[in-house]
Design a protein around this ligand. Structure first.
Ligand code: F6P
Length: 537
């Protein structure tokens, strides 16, 4: 490794520190500046971003872009797309971008993609295999042990083998305006406590249920326990040993392990060691999603991710949305002292987006050691939290408005709601009104002076107004970005997920950490095995 430069040693980092130490205008002074507002509007792969409520000035933006340049973020991005072994502790490439490189659908792929023709061919072959299977299932072409067609799919997996397809299934599973239940039911079980699987299986008919066991390693104790229970449930319902494999599918990077435990080759779908679990929704791990929404919609999600990849690779840094989101996050985390980052979707179909982003962001950048093995002295990943914004307003937004933490917020809005209700437009108006009001209130706040004046005008005495003002004033100056999707579609969801993937990548590149290993999850697993052996559990 060439001489490692610690982030805080970079001239741009020191310039940013000086800017942060200097007094800065409050957002309520910056927001009325129309040219500034216009300069902080961005678009990428159909997603619009309003960053006017980020606490940045042209000088700060210049220094942030200088930091990205000094850290050679875009050169590091080229290394990823070209399949260099950037996951240095595991000596692996990182090529989830190859999974959405195009090809199966009508969209032409690059003649020779940066990751090479061999990987592209392997990806296309597996994409065809698992989407063929999804279409076969949807057409009633897979039958259970009584010969009846399968109607329910139960996905057994955890972490990246659950969160992505589960989130996307909720987001995209009922897109049609009719909102009729989809022709196929897909269920997700990740937790190994018996209640979870038991309540999922209770209403299902064993002879018409197929299990997808998703595990990149095919060793995850929780998932293997769930798989054993699923087999037992089928057997207890009368499924013979010989017919079991008809209702079992494995998605894994270890097909030999799967086939050794009874999964037939035609029911084993592959991903590769260069696909991180938290980046695998684009692979065969997306099979349950493809079953639910169909091949065409799944390919549209890949196309959305591909469109964001093209934006990321081909857009100059000053207009490059993933890079800019990374830089605003670093300004807030490392220079304004925000230790958490909040994501607030304002579309309830995105109810599972935050858990998905938590794994992507914090399993990638929740690291304290730089790529060269030295201990980081700068802050790395903030704690990512959040949830549906409308509900959050009535729950924890109090802390964001009047607490002691600076909590930057990504607001995610979808302009066009599904129909499905006579008053859908009114519902949507209320949703988007609240999204914008919250962002504005967090930015503007309300000073003690203005609050006291408001209270006097509302009839309080001078003494009462003075006494109440501290309790009812708002510091404001809370930074946020508004991300807008015109509609929630497979394409726009794909673009949104890739946007966050590349934001995570850019932050890791600047912090000088490896975003693609996850040694932090190993000790707990080892300890569980140790305790098991000690107690003969
Ligand atoms: O323990 C963390 C983790 O390894 C994640 O990185 C991964 O997505 C999840 O567990 C499930 O792993 P597998 O797909 O190998 O079962």
């Amino acid at each position: 490794m060439s001489h490692f430069i610690r982030p805080e040693q970079r001239p741009a980092w020191q310039a940013l520190q000086a800017l942060a130490d200097a007094s800065a205008p409050h957002l309520r002074e910056l927001l009325p500046d129309a040219p500034r507002h216009a300069a902080l509007q961005f678009e990428a792969a159909g997603i619009q971003a309003d960053a006017s409520r980020q606490r940045v000035t042209p000088q700060i933006m210049q220094a942030l872009l200088q930091l990205a340049d000094e850290a050679q973020v875009m050169r590091q991005a080229q290394a990823m797309f070209h399949g260099e072994a950037i996951n240095t502790t595991e000596q692996r490439p990182v090529l989830h971008v190859a999974l959405r490189g195009g090809g199966l659908d009508a969209t032409p792929t690059a003649a020779s993609p940066p990751w090479g023709a061999a990987i592209a061919a392997e990806v296309q072959r597996e994409l065809a295999r698992f989407t063929d299977f999804a279409e076969q299932l949807r057409a009633g072409g897979v039958s259970g042990f009584t010969g009846e067609a399968i109607t329910d799919v139960v996905n057994l997996g955890i972490g990246g083998s659950d969160l992505g397809p589960r989130m996307a299934s909720e987001a995209l599973g009922q897109l049609s305006d009719t909102l009729k239940p989809p022709p196929f039911r897909v269920h997700y079980v990740s937790n190994v406590d018996p209640w979870s699987l038991a309540t999922t299986l209770a209403p299902l008919q064993a002879s018409r249920t197929l299990f997808i066991v998703q595990s990149k390693s095919f060793t995850t104790q929780e998932t293997m326990t769930l798989a054993a229970s699923a087999k037992r449930w089928l057997q207890d319902a009368g499924c013979s040993e010989a017919l079991l494999s008809q209702q079992l599918v494995a998605v894994t990077a270890q097909p030999a392990l799967a086939q050794a435990s009874g999964y037939k080759p035609g029911h084993c779908f592959l991903l590769w060691d260069w696909v991180g679990g938290r980046y695998s929704v684009w692979s065969a791990i997306g099979l349950p999603l493809a079953v639910l929404i169909g091949r065409e919609a799944f390919l549209q999600m890949l196309a959305g991710g591909r469109a964001m990849d093209q934006h990321f690779l081909n857009t100059p840094p000053a207009r490059n949305l993933p890079l800019l989101m990374a830089l605003w996050g670093i300004w807030n985390r490392n220079f304004l002292g925000a230790s958490t980052h909040h994501v607030a979707p304002y579309a309830s179909a995105l109810g599972r987006l935050v858990p998905f982003l938590q794994q992507m962001d914090m399993e990638s950048n929740g690291k304290r050691v730089h790529a060269d093995g030295s201990m980081a002295s700068v802050g790395t990943s903030p704690v990512l939290w959040g949830g549906l914004g409308i509900d959050g307003q009535h729950a924890y937004f109090q802390l964001i408005h009047q607490g002691q933490h600076l909590v930057p917020v990504d607001f995610i809005g979808v302009r066009q709601a599904h129909a499905g209700l006579p008053l859908a437009a009114e519902h949507q108006r209320v949703v988007l009104l609240n999204l914008q009001a919250q962002a504005q209130a967090l930015a503007m706040g309300r000073s003690v002076t203005d609050t006291a004046q408001m209270l006097r005008e509302s009839g309080l005495s001078e003494a009462q107004a003075q006494a109440m003002a501290p309790h009812r004033s708002f510091a404001g100056n809370v930074p946020s970005t508004l991300l807008w999707l015109d509609q929630l579609t497979p394409h726009s969801l794909g673009a949104l997920l890739a946007l966050y993937e590349h934001k995570v990548f850019c932050q890791a590149a600047i912090w000088g950490i490896n975003a693609f290993d996850q040694w932090g999850v190993e000790l707990g697993k080892t300890m569980a095995r140790t305790l098991e052996s000690l107690r003969g559990a």
